[in-house]
Design a protein around this ligand. Sequence first.
Ligand code: ZN
Length: 67
Amino acid sequence: MKKTTVKKCKYPKCHKETYKNHGLFCLEHSRKMKENGEKAGKVLAVATATVPIAFKTVTNVIKQIKK
Ligand SMILES: [Zn+2]
């Protein structure tokens, strides 16, 4: 019998085979990770859009206190 090295899904408590040869997750979890990645990307975009505004407000407040 041939020995095949089967990579297991990196997701905790998941023991399925990986979806692709070089993939880290099984089909189900690679899809989940992609969805999460898209969500994280949106959150990050919102955060990067909001942080400079918040930073400006803070610096304005500090300026007002200093006056
Ligand atoms: Zn999995």
